[in-house]
Design a protein around this ligand. Sequence first.
Ligand code: RB5
Length: 149
Amino acid sequence: MKIAIGNDHAAVQMKKDISKYLEEKGYEIINFGTDTDESVDYPLYGQRVAEAVKAGKADLGVLICGTGIGISLAANKVPGIRAAAVSEPVSARLAREHNNANIIAFGARIVGLEEAKAIVGAFLGAEFLGGRHSKRVSMIEDIEKKYNK
Ligand code: RB5
């Protein structure tokens, strides 16, 4: 499975550590940066990862900034993207199972490495359950369509 990963300057080391963790688990990582501590603008990285997922270049995405909030807000502006900002693994699993989230986001200033590993592990290990959840995800898409004519 291919995973697109992106981050801002607040999360360079976290991105490296999570990428290594995922590669050891057999995932293919596509890195969209940033890779230095120089201050950058998180919307650019949220957009890059979101566009890669949208285009099918990656199956799912991982986004990390200071809080996970800004970078997920940016990603969610790309039609078809459902980026969930979480800070623990139960929400990460449910974001996939109930919301069919295709990107998980979290904050390197909020969670430690072990919690971050648990978050991505829970997200990538889960599947969308469909059923009653499909209708609700479709309703989210309807809102998106209404404003993207
Ligand atoms: C960068 O200082 C910080 O604002 C960013 O990483 C993120 O937390 C934004 O939501």
